[in-house]
Design a protein around this ligand. Structure first.
Ligand SMILES: *Cc1c(COP(=O)(O)O)cnc(C)c1O
Length: 396
């Protein structure tokens, strides 16, 4: 089946008399059984992979969401996590242990970088940060005998570096390392990491999948049944759980993922093109934009994508950029993205820069502003941005 059909039909209950279209919210701790025999049969062996056994192992809403997302990702199984960040961190904890080494792109999502720097060392796992622009051959020089995971994220957080995911996956597999990808920007419709060899695909469902800025949720989809079973068992052992209400809302969001993302992508491209012609803007960091860094890899591997990008402005005093941001009528200032509304944020990328090709955009050499483009009319957004540049000029 094609993705749009999966989006509409996957994860819905079989038709019976009186059934609503959506799986209702099943809030539960205890799951009742009519007999001891039925109770024991429902929990025996592999039951937790297929049956609703206990609230902390997920109710119908988690199973329905995982079923739909797994079909879209073309995986062997999907596991929920309480947030996108929990999905990022649990993926490493499930597969890396004392004595292991993991490779992280220097442009990785900031809180995941912090986890690698502060938590993983306590468990004897060492992290190295690598140039996100590394080729497969570059990466092979960094992989050690104990490298357990090569982690990827494309485009990178805040600075939008594209990665050559198929080449990285091939190089990592040559050395028996696992490959994980944070695919939140493209989501399950615009890039299929598992199809190019990625072993574990992570989505912050908080963003486009939920799509309405009203919940936090993470998803991990495994390429093989072995990886799926290990991941599911680990999350159950950790007591990791996503609420039935959040799973319900995420699945409801998923139904309209295509129409929202396509529309937001078109708006973002129009606005990015306009921004790239502004004299104030040194560079627009949006791989779908013609001539932008990473455009070729994006065009080769992705079908559309997110409506999130950054612009590089000259380094300036905080009060000048504050004048621009504070006066926006349509762009709210706030963390997160992927909702139906436009947002703006001043970025503070942390980078090791180790072995990296220039330019590495940081606060030392520029002012980086990130925009999430929503469903508003793009011409209204452009007018808001134009007025912002006037305030910026007046404040400089
Ligand atoms: C937001 C985000 C996350 C974390 O998601 P939360 O649900 O906010 O914890 C992970 N990765 C990327 C790329 C993100 O943008």
């Amino acid at each position: 089946m094609k993705d749009d059909t999966i989006l509409t039909h996957a994860g819905r209950a079989p038709l019976s008399v009186g059934s609503p279209v959506n799986v209702p919210v099943h809030r539960a701790s205890t799951i009742r059984s009519p007999s001891l025999e039925a109770y024991e049969a429902n929990e025996r062996g592999d039951a937790m992979y297929t049956n609703v056994c206990y609230g902390a192992l997920g109710t119908e809403n988690a199973f329905a969401l995982c079923e739909a997302v797994n079909q879209l990702e073309q995986g062997a199984g999907t596991v929920t996590a309480s947030s996108g960040l929990a999905a990022c961190t649990l993926s490493l904890l499930a597969f890396a242990g004392a004595g292991d080494h993991v490779l992280m792109p220097d442009s990785v999502y900031g809180p995941q970088r912090m986890f690698c720097e502060t938590v993983l060392p306590r468990f004897g796992v060492e992290t190295s940060f690598y140039d996100p622009l590394a080729s497969g051959a570059d990466l092979e020089t960094l992989i050690r005998a104990n490298t357990r995971v090569v982690y990827t994220e494309a485009p990178g957080s805040l600075t939008f570096e594209m990665q050559d995911i198929p080449a990285i996956a091939e190089a990592a597999h040559r050395h028996a390392a696992l490959v994980f990808m944070d695919n939140t920007w493209a989501g399950p419709l615009c890039f299929k990491p598992l199809k190019v060899g990625v072993d574990l695909c992570i989505e912050a469902a908080t963003k486009y999948i939920a799509g309405h800025s009203d919940l936090v949720l993470g998803l991990m989809t495994a390429r093989t049944p072995e990886l799926y079973r290990r991941l599911r068992a680990f999350c159950v052992q950790m007591g990791e759980i996503a609420s039935p209400d959040d799973c319900y809302m995420a699945l409801r969001g998923l139904r309209t993922l295509r129409v929202r993302m396509e529309r937001q992508f078109a708006h973002a491209l129009k606005i990015a093109r306009w921004l790239s012609c502004r004299p104030e803007v040194r560079q627009v960091l949006y791989p779908p934009l013609e001539g932008a860094p990473g455009h070729d890899l994006w065009a080769r591997d992705f079908q559309g994508g997110g409506s999130l990008f950054s612009i590089v402005l000259p380094k300036m005093e905080k009060k000048a950029v504050a004048a621009m941001l504070n006066g926006y009528q349509l762009f709210d200032i706030g963390a997160s993205w992927g909702g139906y509304e436009s947002l703006v944020e001043l970025c503070h990328p942390v980078r090791t820069k180790a072995g990296r090709r220039e330019p590495v955009w940081t606060e030392d050499n520029c002012t980086l502003v990130r925009y999430a483009i929503g469903l508003e009319d793009p011409d209204d957004l452009i007018a808001d941005l134009a007025a912002g540049f006037e305030r910026l000029r007046a404040a400089l």
